[in-house]
Design a binder for this molecule. Structure first.
Ligand code: SF4
Length: 353
């Protein structure tokens, strides 16, 4: 009954999304990885561009990692791109380029968790696996009246079991996508639109009148605020950049970053340790970037180096900088860097305009 009501609603109301209507596991997988932490509207443009550049799993596996990161630039959460690349290599090496029609084997691929494995298995191969994302968790907890913290592992398992029990024998992928659409458009966070919901006759939370309070979640910890100093070190039309080694933003190109910097001394010592002789020129304002668990409060500085000598990183031109994969966290710094590197006559033209 649940699935019949849901699927007939889906047939009439499904969202027209660019990554829908395919059974190709490669395309489904790419879209699901992109959708993990990014809004549907944002993914649409990236998805087409990514597939133009990497039309199949072989093209992705063969590409240098830097190309994959560049194509991902702006989407954030770059570990997704690195894992996508690793998983493409695994699919070509272990399975000859054919995605396995097996939930456990899909889950064993880098970056593929329960949700993504279930989405690919159900949509591409019609396997009965509920893709438990925020939408499914919300709809199922309201429908079945689950009034416990949905982040508790036992409660998560119970919801996934309920999703599996509700799933029809065929159209498993449509079932998951129907729940995603219902969660995104009708059974929304906050106040759901129960009056137009196909599940209303059987919905526990609707009848109990507490849908707005579900799902129950323990309050999330606020992200940690971190003070950062960003030094833009220029030298004769070039700027110093380095590839991050830290897990956060790994392998992306950034300017000189010093964490927990309250004054300029620590940063200047760190610049010197790189073999760069540079003098302070001016402050360039501040910027803020919010990650999932931390916030970078950045103060931007400009330094001019006496020569382009350095033990790590390299000095790049404006064109070279624009070709590198640079994280969105560096957006304000990149804009300032572009102004610093712009030829003087172009700057004058910009000022007049
Ligand atoms: S009736 Fe309301 S609470 Fe229940 S599933 Fe539909 S929209 Fe959600």
């Amino acid at each position: 009954m649940f699935s019949a009501l849901l699927l007939s609603w889906y047939d009439a109301h499904k969202r027209a999304l660019p990554f829908r209507g395919t059974k190709d596991p490669y395309r489904i997988w790419v879209s699901e990885i992109m959708l993990q932490q990014t809004r549907t509207e944002t993914v649409a443009g990236y998805y087409s561009r990514f597939l133009d550049r990497f039309p199949d799993v072989f093209a992705l596996a063969d590409a240098p990692e830097e190309d994959v990161l560049k194509c991902w630039e702006g989407l954030g959460y770059y570990s997704r791109a690195r894992n996508l690349h690793k998983a493409a290599k695994a699919v070509t090496e272990q399975y000859g380029g054919k995605f396995p029609a097996d939930l456990e084997k899909l889950r064993a691929l880098p970056g593929v968790g329960n949700y993504t494995a279930a989405a690919v298995a159900s949509i591409a191969f019609d396997l009965p696996a509920p893709a438990m994302d925020g939408n499914l968790t919300r709809v199922l907890s309201r429908f079945h009246g689950i009034r416990q913290d949905v982040d508790i592992p036992a409660v998560k398992r119970r919801l996934a079991d309920l999703g599996r029990e509700d799933m029809p024998d065929t159209r498993c992928g449509d079932f998951n996508q129907a729940l995603m659409d219902l969660g995104a458009t009708v059974c929304t966070p906050g106040t759901p639109d129960c009056e137009v919901c196909p599940l209303r006759p059987l919905c526990n939370a609707y009848h109990e009148g507490d849908a707005e309070t579900l799902p129950i979640k323990a309050a999330a910890k606020p992200p940690k605020e971190i003070q950062m100093a960003v030094a833009l070190i220029t030298c004769q039309g070039r700027i110093w950049m380095n590839q991050r080694k830290e897990t956060l933003l790994k392998n992306l190109w950034v300017y000189h970053l010093t964490e927990n910097d309250e004054n300029r001394q620590d940063m200047e010592k760190a610049i010197k340790a790189l073999g760069i002789r540079a003098s302070y020129t001016s402050g360039l304002g501040s910027a803020r970037h919010i990650f999932t668990h931390r916030v970078w409060n950045m103060t931007l500085y400009h330094y001019e180096a006496a020569s382009a000598e350095c033990r790590e990183g390299r000095f790049v031109t404006l064109n070279e900088m624009n070709a590198l994969p640079i994280p969105t966290a560096m957006k304000a710094a990149k804009e300032q860097a572009a102004k610093l590197l712009m030829p003087t006559d172009a700057k004058e033209g910009e000022n007049k305009a």
